[in-house]
Write a protein that binds this ligand. Structure first.
Ligand code: FAD
Length: 631
């Protein structure tokens, strides 16, 4: 048998972004010996790319903000499909998690009177995003790393070994969750990217914190790690995914030059006063305010502009509608022939703020455009268009503990987990989600592991995982060898063209056929060379995950015959209240994906009471309305 090294731990955290590190810190603090595995370098997770900030109702800038308002905004943004208990816990606990970060050394921007500054973002009623310029994710991750090192130093003082209770395996990719004879988690199988050596980390509890799926799409703001690994690992272990049809297309990605297409232009640009214009110079967002949001958004440019100075007596500009609305509006403008020269629209700060303010408040954007597109955003408008950004769907989890469904010992937090954001995430709500549910996942994984649950690793599973990982080096059995890069490109094109921002029944059915064909061809994927750093081999292994996830997205999108949040059907353009209580769960069924409809848990009456009945009637199904306080 192929040589496989083994180590034993209490908790394994897969992923070292914000969710993974926050989980690891909490698991270690709860007394569990904790190993963190990440396929990128430690400190280079997707979280470092987060720009705008962390949403938390600290009320530092607007005294009326509180967790209830944050909860309301989050539910509205998610079009009421959010797992409401997650949205409640998130809104309640986010401020504490931000203050905790500060005590661990995070250096946030300040208000004039010295408090943590908070900025406006789409869908948030008050300025709510704690930030560090437009580099908030970097500071968040740096702080969590610093805290991890602090814990390792404590362990060194006590045991003489920095890694006695918290160890990071960087540049290791997990390819399988292992289970004991009773179906409980018993560890993970992984390979080191540099050497190709195999390693089994045995543990009764595993936290998935692997982030998103953007690399299944052609135009994306996501980095190379986002191949849906955690989603696929959960499926393969027997845990369902929920509501995978909801994929967020951020309205503002770069559209030019082609080599940087998709790179994010942060929402802070609009939060700080940037406006969207079409080729005729019109601020077109005023034409796209949907009925459910009409009362909350300005009707004239003058009112929208006044809001920046006096938010209590004016309504916010429609450029700050939730992302799904803005992305669809841009899509329509381009389709109607009113786009910019390179197929986007114009986003302008140059006429809205002095150059020095732009450079101070949006330093990364200034450099990004200068260096990548030779555009000076202090003097001219940016060209922007929608880009695949975030997946709201994910591993189905328990709201309190982050435990997955049906696989004891498996937990999930961060972007890989579903439920929290419903059908559409508000900007800033991911970083707070990572902190709130990363902490919860780490705590509950540690408690579970230390309770003595879980059995040993089954050798046959390790052998099967090793054989699966080595398969791309074998000969493809009489079939023409398939190139992983070709298959990946074809999948990305399929997802972009057929399951993208605007969806149609026939196209999604075609996508499913193409994905099935790609999965069949992927069985004959073949790579040259050996296991030492071999990117073709790594991609061949990632492909399994992207194809599984792509199928989940397409299947669920075809099933949901309405438009809601990050799921827009041209053939079913309206939100349909009868779909509100429906979750779509994907399971692995033999070799394919099966869909199951489950009913969402009724929203607790005291939380429903935070909304006007008139507003609830726009979202809730008739029976829910009658069963709730609206009766
Ligand atoms: P990540 O930070 O991506 O971490 C995933 C980890 O999993 C990595 O360490 C990776 O190496 C590891 N991994 C993946 N697969 C495997 C595997 N098979 N084996 C081992 N390790 C694996 N959100 C906000 O709230 N505010 C913002 O301002 C904001 N700005 C953003 C800007 C950009 C450009 C982008 C792209 C996103 C932004 N987001 C923002 C979203 C937010 O950054 C992400 O949703 C969030 O960082 C995800 O964190 P995570 O911990 O779930 O995953």
């Amino acid at each position: 048998m192929t040589h496989v090294e083994r180590e034993q731990w209490d908790v394994i955290v897969v992923g070292a972004g914000g969710a993974g590190l926050r989980a690891a810190i909490e698991a270690r603090r709860a007394g569990a010996r904790t190993a963190v595995v990440c396929k990128s370098l430690f400190g280079k997770a997707h979280t470092v790319m987060a720009e705008g900030g962390i949403a938390a109702s600290m009320a530092n800038v607007h005294p009326q903000d509180d967790w209830k308002t944050h909860f309301r905004d989050t539910m509205r943004g998610g079009k009421f499909l959010n797992q409401w208990r997650m949205a409640e816990l998130h809104a309640q606990e986010a401020p504490e998690r931000v203050w905790e970060l500060e005590t661990w050394g995070a250096l946030f921007d300040r208000t004039p009177d010295g408090r943590i500054s908070q900025r406006n973002f789409g869908g948030h009623e008050y300025p709510r995003l704690a930030h560090v310029g437009d580099r908030t994710g970097l500071e968040l991750l740096r702080t969590l790393q610093q805290r991890s090192v602090g814990l390792q130093q404590e362990d060194h003082r006590e045991t003489g070994d920095h890694e006695a209770r918290l160890k990071v395996f960087q540049e290791f990719t997990v390819t399988r969750i292992l289970k004991d004879g009773d179906g409980r988690v018993s560890g993970v199988f992984c390979y080191e990217r540099e050497s190709g050596r195999f390693l089994v980390l045995e543990a009764p509890a595993v936290v998935l914190a692997t982030g998103g799926i953007g690399k299944s799409f052609k135009v994306t703001s996501n980095s190379w790690e986002y191949t849906g690994d955690g989603h696929a690992l959960a499926l393969l272990a027997g845990a369902p995914l929920v509501n995978m049809e909801f994929v967020q297309f951020h309205p503002t990605g770069m559209v030019w030059p082609p080599s940087v297409k998709g790179i994010l232009v942060t929402e802070s640009v609009r939060g700080d006063g940037g406006v969207l214009r079409n080729s005729e110079g019109r601020r077109f967002m005023f034409d796209y305010v949907p009925d459910v949001f009409k009362e909350k958004y300005a009707e004239t440019e003058e009112e929208g502009d006044r809001w920046y100075e006096d938010p209590d007596h004016n309504r916010r500009p429609p450029e700050l509608l939730p992302r799904d609305e803005v992305a669809r509006a841009i899509n329509s403008e381009v389709k109607e022939g009113r786009g910019s020269p390179h197929g986007g629209v114009f986003l302008d700060v140059s006429t809205r703020m002095p150059a020095e303010t732009i450079k101070r408040r949006l330093p990364s954007m200034y450099h990004q455009f200068k260096e990548l597109a030779d555009v000076d955003i202090t003097a001219e408008a940016m060209e922007v268009g929608p880009t695949c950004h975030y997946v709201m769907g994910g591993v189905a989890v328990d709201s309190e503990t982050a435990a997955t469904v049906g696989v004891p010992g498996l937990f999930a937090a961060g972007e890989v987990a579903g439920g929290m954001h419903g059908s559409n995430r508000l900007g800033g709500n991911s970083l707070s989600d990572l902190l709130v549910f990363g902490r919860r996942a780490g705590l509950h994984a540690a408690q579970y592991a230390l309770s003595g649950a879980g059995g040993g690793v089954v050798t046959a599973q390790v052998e099967a995982a090793a054989a699966e990982a080595l398969a791309p080096f074998g000969s493809p059995d009489g079939h023409a060898p398939e190139n992983p890069y070709t298959l990946h490109q074809e999948l990305q094109q399929t997802m972009n063209d057929l399951v993208g921002i605007i969806r149609r029944e026939g196209e999604m059915a075609e996508a499913l056929e193409r994905i099935a064909a790609l999965r069949a061809r992927a069985r004959h994927v073949s790579v040259e060379g050996h296991r030492q750093f071999n990117p073709g081999w790594h991609l061949a292994l990632d492909l399994r995950n992207m194809l599984l996830v792509g199928e989940c997205v397409a299947r669920a999108a075809l099933e949901r015959t309405e438009s809601r949040g990050g799921h827009t059907r041209e053939d079913h353009p309206a939100m349909d209240r009868s779909w509100r209580p429906v979750n779509l769960r994907c399971h692995l069924d033999g070799d394919g994906i099966a869909l199951e409809r489950t009913r969402t848990e009724p929203v607790r009456p005291d939380l429903l009471a935070l909304f006007e009945r008139e507003e609830l009637a726009k979202y809730l199904a008739e029976d829910e309305l009658e069963g709730g306080r609206g009766a």
